[in-house]
Design a protein around this ligand. Structure first.
Ligand code: AMP
Length: 302
């Protein structure tokens, strides 16, 4: 195991626990065994921003120790996607983890997670996993579920937290933990946004200044959906979806989907009845120039 050098804050408090960095599964298991429960896991692909920091902080109240995993998972990228150019500022990421008092970071390489001689297991939930993101990115959730289950088995957390920013991913992991009786509490943490409403994302670094108004239209479309449902009392999902699509297109965004769905299963709904389902979720995915963005909003009776 590699023990990290203390940062300035820890130098001031010499007894403070040093953050470990495990690069192999064996190192991670050894380090994990030394942590007292409850332990929380925050799975990430790195390029950590304020959204990730919020995830770490939100789960610190639920656990004695937080482990962050940083792994750009090739299995969830299609060949034409941005795996090779996905940002990997590992030293900055480790600084963020130190600043957030993370107990340890697991940052394996691809060969650790996917040795060439291993037969791949398909972990998937077709009913929810084939919808929306799954319909457009056929390998995506297969890759996500497999890597998350592997991380769970390696790090055996008591709690794991996922951002509501990736709403379908969060619900899918929740369903997987439920169906497979994983002894792990799955938490969802609210989406962190810029002051203007743009959801923080590691991929925002690809956005040029000219494309920003177009990127912001995702948030505007979600706000429009909320107004229509909460204030105008719209009950027809297609009417809300049409309005979101129009707004996105009028800002030059190429729409992949703009939908209103059941908040847990993500199945289409015949009509919007907040008293019946408690809430609905509006989800949008659109391409702004070369950048693909997703966002969502849970709309309840408030
Ligand atoms: P990623 O590194 O993009 O795979 O994200 C790692 C975790 O951080 C996932 O659970 C994401 O949903 C979450 N996350 C990413 N961006 C945000 C955000 N803006 N607000 C809250 N959570 C986020």
């Amino acid at each position: 195991m590699i023990f990290d050098k203390p940062n300035a804050r820890r130098r001031a408090a010499p007894d403070a626990f040093l953050m470990w960095i495990a690069r192999t599964i064996e190192q991670a298991r050894t380090a994990r065994r030394e942590l007292s429960s409850p332990v929380a896991l925050v799975p990430t692909m790195g390029a950590l921003h304020k959204g990730h920091r919020t995830l770490i902080r939100s789960v610190q109240q639920q656990a004695d120790h937080v482990i962050v995993s940083i792994f750009v998972n090739p299995m969830q990228f299609a060949p034409h996607e941005d795996f090779d150019r996905y940002p990997r500022p590992i030293e900055d990421d480790l600084d963020v983890c130190r600043e957030e008092n993370v107990a340890g970071v697991f940052t394996p390489d691809v060969a650790q997670m996917y040795p060439p001689d291993v037969q791949a297991t398909d972990v998937f939930i077709p009913e929810m996993g084939d919808l929306l993101e799954g319909a457009l990115r056929s390998q995506f959730f297969h890759g996500v579920c497999r890597v998350v289950l592997k991380l769970f088995n390696i790090l055996t957390p008591d709690v794991a937290v996922f951002g509501q920013k990736d709403y379908q991913q969060w619900r899918l992991i929740e369903a997987m933990a439920d169906d497979l009786n994983l002894p792990i509490r799955i938490l969802g943490s609210p989406t962190v946004r810029e002051a203007d409403g743009l959801a923080l994302s590691s991929r925002n670094v690809y956005l040029t200044r000219e494309k920003r108004p177009s990127a912001l239209s995702l948030y505007k479309a979600l706000q429009a959906a909320r107004m229509l449902i909460q204030q105008a009392g719209e009950t027809n999902p297609q009417a809300v979806e049409g309005a979101m699509t129009q707004l996105l297109q009028s800002h030059g965004a190429a729409v992949d989907y703009a939908v209103v769905r059941h908040p847990r299963t993500l199945a289409p709904i015949e009509s919007i009845d907040l008293a019946l389902t408690g809430a609905v979720v509006a989800l949008v995915a659109a391409r702004v120039g070369p950048v693909r963005l997703i966002d969502n909003l849970l709309i309840d009776e408030k």
